[in-house]
Design a binder for this molecule. Structure first.
Ligand code: ATP
Length: 355
């Protein structure tokens, strides 16, 4: 403990996922930061020197009311990232008293497959078809088990027989899955930032993922692939920057804008704001299929600590998504508008969080 008393908001996040750029971004914007880390996982934050202070927890379940009091006392603004819900759980987040960057209500639309699909459909996006039951499989499909983090445990099938063969052998007890049309194309993850302060939607960067073993199967010849009976898996290992054909940009902006517009209707108030990502597959006819939305900063922004080709066009300083978050919070704080970038902002924070 012992962070100096300061009028500036302190950018606080969990030490994992995209914390390096969030912490560095805070520092670049002249804001103090705090990294909340699990004991034994703190070395990157020490070694890269981006954390003003590291607070160690033995386990994420040690995140309790006392810690939140401490965060309030310190003027901390908690910045959620992609691993945030997985580690803290939605219950803890919903009741979190500490100031939170973003709209908590959107998390339930992001994490519930049915709601997520309704949201994206309302936004007029092209989605892979979902087949109701295994007997309907009449084309290549990707079978996704709920909670199969990082694409681990997904499998491809082309017929009902093939589905049951894999399902009964590998996942006999799992019944929470979705059967989705497999879209042949290239993956493209589009990183957006929507500012509730200016009402502007920005494209920050784009990536594709480096997945094991999907990205290595092509390194052996087809006969060896068949002989070794490899099943495709999508365990994410890292992220690779992508820049798209410029002619696709108008459509990608429009997609993001519609997602933001609909979010305001479905969850009320400010809706989705800050960073989010549309996870897409682009076909040879340049149709953009969206298979998922992440309503927080994604790890695909990590290659862009020094900014991306897109942010280089817009900003005269290297602008990562982490820094963009800190900038939004800094400007909101300077203009006395912090409530515009925080969840709800109950009156009780008024005295604790100096704006
Ligand atoms: P995360 O929740 O971290 O985003 P995940 O476990 O939900 O990861 P996805 O990102 O949904 O996994 O998908 C894993 C892989 O499967 C990705 O490479 C993606 O391109 C591919 N994929 C997902 N849905 C489809 C689809 N309908 N057609 C083709 N490929 C798909």
């Amino acid at each position: 403990m012992g962070l100096q008393h300061s009028n500036k908001p302190v950018i606080a996040t969990l030490g994992t996922h995209s914390a390096l750029q969030i912490l560095k971004g805070a520092r670049d914007e002249g804001l103090p930061n705090l990294c909340i880390c699990r004991r034994g996982k703190e070395q990157p934050y020490r070694s890269f020197g981006v954390a003003d202070e590291i607070l160690l927890l033995d386990d994420w379940s040690d995140w309790d009311d006392a810690l939140e009091e401490e965060l309030l006392r310190r003027n901390a603004v908690v910045v959620p990232h992609g691993s945030f819900v997985a580690y803290l759980g939605s219950e803890r987040i919903h009741h979190m008293r500490a100031a939170y960057f973003g709209t908590k209500g959107i998390l339930e639309w992001e994490s519930d497959r049915t709601k997520e699909r309704q949201w994206l459909e309302k936004a007029g996006l092209l989605l892979p078809e979902v087949l109701k039951k295994p007997e309907d499989i009449d084309r290549p499909v990707i079978v996704k088990f709920h909670g199969a983090g990082g694409g681990f445990g997904y499998f491809i099938a082309r017929s009902p027989d093939q589905f049951y063969e894999v399902k009964n052998r590998k996942y006999p007890d799992e019944d929470d899955y979705v059967i989705q049309e497999y879209i042949v194309g290239v993956p493209l993850y589009i990183h957006y930032f929507y500012s509730p302060m200016t009402g502007e939607l920005e494209i920050m960067s784009m990536d594709k993922r480096y997945e094991s073993n999907a990205d290595s199967i092509g390194r052996i010849r087809a006969a060896d692939q068949l002989a070794s009976n490899i099943y495709t898996s999508y365990t994410i290992v890292g992220n690779i920057p992508v820049v798209v054909r410029e002619s696709m940009l108008p459509e990608l902006f429009a997609m993001g804008e519609r997602v933001v517009d609909v979010s305001k209707k479905i969850c009320g108030g400010k809706g989705l704001f800050g960073p989010f990502c549309l996870e897409t597959i682009v076909t040879r006819k340049l149709h953009v299929y969206v298979f998922e939305i992440s309503a927080r900063i994604v790890a695909g922004t990590n290659p862009f600590v020094e900014g991306s080709p897109y942010t280089a066009l817009k900003y005269d300083v290297p602008m990562s998504t982490g820094r963009r978050i800190a900038r939004e919070i800094r400007i909101a704080s300077e203009q006395g508008r912090l409530e515009d970038v925080l969840d709800e902002y109950p009156a009780m924070y008024g005295s604790a969080l100096r704006v």
